[in-house]
Design a protein around this ligand. Structure first.
Ligand SMILES: *Cc1c(COP(=O)(O)O)cnc(C)c1O
Length: 462
């Protein structure tokens, strides 16, 4: 399998190369050159299989023989053994034909574990094969940092440096990062805000001289392997509810659109999906684009669902590439206009998207209302991100007869602020984390100075 850029100019890459590479050098994102597909019988045969077996079958075509089957199976088994539920991603019924897919049973209690647990293992595998070492750098305001750290803590060939804004992430989120005491895990608290941390990571990728040849690796949501790993739970949940013999719909709390793009891939591979509902918080670029053809940036709003606080939805470009019939030049032109000023999609691709996607934006007051309402009607305590999905599924679903699967992207204990505001005492951490607040922490505080951060990284890597 080869991978090509959404902007049409960067060289095509192999799976191994695409896992080790972030953004394409023409500014685009990598997508598979051909869409692998499953027949009706192949999908039907997945019903009832363990999650790791479905994962192997769904991802194998994307790996294209670059990892032998036994090794790939082992990596998958190790990945999903870190989840605390035997079903890995259990499906719960909420109401008539409305289901919740719990993606938060991994080590950091959010759906990003599903992909980052695998990505760490894939990176380590490829680096070992090349006898190379790698350095991961990332900035986080919470979620991604801890999931990336957990995904890499056991990797022999990787050092991970995660920058977070000092005293500006919640204690639970900080401790999920800083209590991982592995030798290759380095937490840096930056005396500045998230944007300062992000800017230093970007500058380090742009000029990697300070690492003297060691490869710098990005694990943000544009990494293809993350999308690939997320396709699996769409297939697994749909076949559990009767696909391919009947259609299902999905509702996805969305920000960078990596999660939902994986669902779209599942559909293109043959999964009978009737509708995708995009749920956003008040940062509603996806909703505005679909409903008003307003593809433009607005100010960042801080909401009760902070992991969905974004201005630009980076993976949406992958969907645009498909909607524009894989015309890389057209996507490059559109993204150039979007970078400078408000713009809009052409009529034909927009009409195409509207056939499959609906959207709904949920404000903070509604998030609180939904947390109360869902508890009353179902006994489930939802986290604020999942709450946006719950409401969007109710408001935007096309019909009541097709099962609707809403993706639960985080455990409520991770976002206590919203849960408490909604009138609950709080949400207890799961058993394996009960002592999180008393574990030993390790991190260094650095000034928001690029040179100081780069010197720290160069000195502390192995
Ligand atoms: C990252 C995240 C999202 C958004 O996912 P995207 O793939 O960026 O659309 C939603 N909910 C939670 C809890 C997250 O951590």
């Amino acid at each position: 399998m080869r991978y090509i850029s959404t902007r049409g100019k960067a060289p095509a890459l192999s799976f191994e190369e695409v896992v080790l590479t972030g953004l394409a050098n023409d500014g685009g994102l990598y997508v598979p050159e051909h869409m692998p597909t499953f027949s009706h019988d192949e999908l039907a045969a997945m019903a009832g299989l363990p999650y790791s077996e479905i994962a192997f079958r769904v991802m194998k075509p994307f790996v294209g023989g670059e990892i032998d089957d036994d090794t790939f199976r082992r990596l998958i088994d190790e990945t999903y053994a870190t989840f605390k539920h035997d079903a890995v991603v259990p499906l719960k019924q909420l109401s008539h034909n409305h289901y919740l897919l719990e993606l938060f049973h991994g080590p950091t209690l959010a759906f990003k574990d599903v992909a980052l647990q695998l990505l760490g293992r894939l990176l380590d595998h490829f680096l070992a094969k090349r006898a190379e070492k790698g350095v991961i750098m990332g900035a986080t305001s919470g979620d991604t940092g801890s999931a990336a750290i957990e995904g890499c803590r056991h990797c022999d060939n990787l050092d991970i440096f995660i920058l977070h804004p000092h005293q500006r992430v919640s204690a639970v989120q900080r401790r999920q990062m800083t209590t991982v005491l592995a030798d290759n895990v380095h937490n840096i608290a930056i005396e500045g805000n998230f944007d300062d941390a992000q800017a230093m990571v970007k500058a380090s990728f742009a000029d990697q001289g300070f690492l003297q040849g060691t490869r710098l690796i990005a694990v943000n949501s544009i990494n293809w392997a993350r999308i690939m790993a997320q396709i699996v739970y769409y297939v697994a949940s749909a076949v559990a509810l009767g696909a391919p013999h009947r259609e299902v719909s999905f509702c996805v709390p969305s920000a960078n659109f990596g999660n939902l793009f994986a669902g779209y891939m599942a559909k293109r591979m043959g999964l009978p999906v009737k509708q995708f509902v995009i749920a956003t918080n008040a940062n509603d670029i996806l909703h505005r684009t679909l409903t008003d053809n307003d593809f433009s940036k607005t100010e960042l709003k801080a909401t009760l669902a902070p992991s969905m606080d974004i201005v630009v939805s980076s993976n949406f470009e992958r969907l645009l590439f498909e909607a524009y019939d894989r015309d890389g030049q057209a996507v490059a032109d559109l993204m150039a206009r979007f970078a400078d000023s408000p713009t809009s999609l052409h009529d034909a691709p927009l009409a195409e998207l509207r056939k499959l996607f609906a959207s709904h934006s949920v404000d903070d007051d509604t998030i609180l209302e939904v947390i109360q309402e869902a508890f009353e009607h179902t006994g489930e305590l939802l986290d604020p991100h999942t709450a946006t999905g719950y409401r969007a599924a109710q408001r935007a679903r096309a019909d009541e007869t097709t099962p609707m699967i809403t993706l639960a992207t985080a455990h409520p204990a991770k976002f206590e602020e919203a849960v408490v505001k909604a009138g609950f005492k709080g949400a207890p951490l799961p058993d394996n984390m009960h002592d999180l607040m008393t574990r030993e922490e390790r991190y260094d505080v650095l000034a928001a100075e690029l040179k100081a951060v780069q010197a720290y990284v160069a000195e502390h890597r192995h």
